[in-house]
Design a protein around this ligand. Sequence first.
Ligand SMILES: Cc1ncc(COP(=O)(O)O)c(C=O)c1O
Length: 307
Amino acid sequence: MSSFTDKGKIWYNGIFVDWKDAKVHVLSHGLHYGSGVFEGIRCYSTDNGSFIFRLKEHVDRLYSSASAYRMEIPYTKEEIGEAIKETVRENRLDACYIRPLAFFGYHHLGLDPTGCPVDCVIAAWHWNAYLGKEAAEGGIRCAFSQWRRIDPATLPVTIKAAGHYLNSILASLDAKGRGFDEAILLDTKGYVAEGPGENIFAVKDGTIYTPEAESSILPGITRASIIELARDIGYKVVEKQMTKEELLSADEAFFTGTAAEMAPIREIDDVLIGEGKKGKVTRVLQKKFFDTLNAREKKYMKWLELV
Ligand SMILES: Cc1ncc(COP(=O)(O)O)c(C=O)c1O
């Protein structure tokens, strides 16, 4: 995994500071309890300029995440959206990954964060597809994790809060420690949920399946985009509970997510999925998706925001 270069500017509570100066107090609430909310957003360099994919949806989700923890972001959605674009411009980036974060800051360490300031940060940097460039073509090897995905009865699973990601970290460590590329988490009932930072899809007899939004998943913005693209192409997409066996006996499987983009899954726990390579439906969808991201699909220009 590539590390930071320490160059560039970070938007920090409304002003740009040097990368190395974007610091927090060690007694910040968010650092101790994971009481922060964040987004992962991508900007793509295309023949027609640099575009941010589904900026509005990402900003909306950031605010939903904040409200689940009664966090009041001291900026409007419009201001944060503009600051995100400004961060890309300020750093002279074309294609990049963008990370807005809002967290309870330095004031006290009681669990109730009321009274802590809400600090806001936006950083942007070059970050290639999270699972590696080869993953998009050759696919990845996954393992069912021994860790179950966080449950809606325990945490608001549909939002992106920093502390929730301890569950993802454990699953990643588990799968990678056993030599796999990525984990797949089941929910507490034993149904397939998702990856540590990706939604999952399976294809069987030409129909596309994905765990329903009401299950223990983060309903991804990429997931929603892929479902819309697939339906527009003419595929049947079914959102439903998925058993391990259904996933293992699928003809094709793939992950979606902002960081991972779209990655075929070729193996799970050493069982080949379909022919153990990128399948036909995955190929069609991936092309449509990448064409969309690269501003080659007029119909979906509505999802791209010029920087
Ligand atoms: C747990 C989890 N599931 C799924 C996703 C995919 O969501 P999106 O497509 O909005 O990036 C992410 C990434 O944000 C995630 O962290």
